[in-house]
Design a protein around this ligand. Sequence first.
Ligand SMILES: [Zn+2]
Length: 135
Amino acid sequence: MDIVSKEARLRIMASIRSKNTKPERVVRSMLHRMGFCFRLHRADLPGRPDIVLPKHRKVIFVHGCFWHQHRSCPLASSPGTNIEYWKPKLAGNVQRDMRNRRRLRKLGWASLAVWECQMRDAERLKKIRVCKFGD
Ligand SMILES: [Zn+2]
């Protein structure tokens, strides 16, 4: 009964979402090509994961390296100015991420973070664990 195909609808949804960052789009199209069914931004799960794979009980967060302080990543280093302002904010983000992952685990969901810097290298991207979700 659907006039708009699933794929077109995804595109429409993506275009109207403010949260639709580019790295997230990369991950989504990769999963799509691999034939996964997924949902986006499920508000009823802790942390409102960017991508949800209900069948596999897995969620994916697409994280900006700076905002979520990717460990030992050059993109995570603080901006030169206003360090005192950023530090507590960023530390808060990291703590919130940890809390959300813990909550998800308790609810029976496995979570995976895909990092912004991983999007820059297609070959590396293929090797991240997302690819094994179909197991
Ligand atoms: Zn990074």
